[in-house]
Design a protein around this ligand. Structure first.
Ligand SMILES: NC(=O)c1ccc[n+]([C@@H]2O[C@H](COP(=O)([O-])OP(=O)(O)OC[C@H]3O[C@@H](n4cnc5c(N)ncnc54)[C@H](OP(=O)(O)O)[C@@H]3O)[C@@H](O)[C@H]2O)c1
Length: 228
């Protein structure tokens, strides 16, 4: 499989990159600063042409255009829009401002939408293209019983809505939103109950099992459906 992953340099994205490479797939591991990641450089050494490290800030239109032109004519079997931010200070209404709201929206919603747009033809090319937009249970209206975390929640709910329209408009592409669990990363913190490996193993399994009937739906890393 040809796999494109955003935010591949650390956390869940790096775990996913290692997982797909070790299973024999070819990975375009994208990140903001390819030269700053020793870990990705080591994977490039180990896996040669199967590991292509590319610069991609999902907020940078010229980076997205460069990705599109670099992958022109190449089938993408799986796109994982993983890059994301949890803006500091946007937990309580009193600290909410246009900057932290717009930052969350730019990275967590606009970024994945424009990457899907850029790679739509690549995803349709093989006839079985899949997209996993990494969202969060915090974007579920039904699951929100504790409030707060405005910027992050809003941006992930909006990503869920993007995914729904994309899945309906492009029936040749199977596109789902996936909550990776509460995971031990820089974002999730050390008290999170789920390891990167557990999350990644679950997302990997789910990615292989996605069928047409799943498109437009919301799952967690254990393939359990999440209410909107
Ligand atoms: N950890 C959790 O408990 C949890 C729970 C629910 C959902 N999620 C979601 O899971 C995904 C991965 O999170 P994580 O826990 O692995 O977070 P993380 O450890 O903080 O890693 C975030 C990744 O996103 C990248 N990124 C941030 N802004 C970017 C941009 N503008 N362009 C490209 N890459 C960018 C970061 O790159 P840099 O190194 O360049 O900053 C990094 O690779 C996110 O979408 C997050 O919302 C995580």
């Amino acid at each position: 499989m040809n796999v494109v992953i955003t935010g591949a340099n650390r956390g869940i994205g790096f775990g996913l990159t290692k997982k797909y490479l070790s299973a024999g797939h070819t990975v375009w591991a994208t990140c903001r600063n390819p030269h700053g990641s020793r870990e990705l450089w080591e994977l490039e050494q180990d896996y040669g042409p199967k590991c292509q490290v590319l610069e991609l800030d999902v907020c940078d239109n010229s980076n997205i255009a460069a990705l599109k032109s670099k992958l022109k004519g190449i089938t993408v079997d799986l796109l994982i829009n993983n890059a994301g931010v949890f803006p500091e200070g946007s937990k309580d209404l009193v600290n909410l401002n246009a900057d932290n709201l717009m930052k969350a929206f730019r990275v967590n919603t606009v970024g994945p939408a424009l990457v899907c747009q850029a790679l739509q033809e690549n995803l349709e090319k093989g006839g079985l293209g899949k997209v996993i937009n990494i969202t969060s249970k915090m974007g579920s209206l039904a699951d929100n019983t504790s409030g707060a975390y405005y910027a992050y929640r809003i941006s992930k709910t909006a990503l869920n809505m993007f995914n729904k329209s994309f899945a309906l408009d492009y029936p040749k592409i199977m596109s789902v939103v996936v909550h990776p669990g509460w995971v031990q990363t820089d974002m999730g913190g050390s008290s999170a109950p789920t390891t990167v490996e557990e999350s990644v193993d679950g997302i990997f399994k789910l990615s292989l099992a996605i069928e047409k009937s799943h498109s437009g739906r919301f799952f967690d890393y254990q393939s359990k459906e999440i209410p909107w």
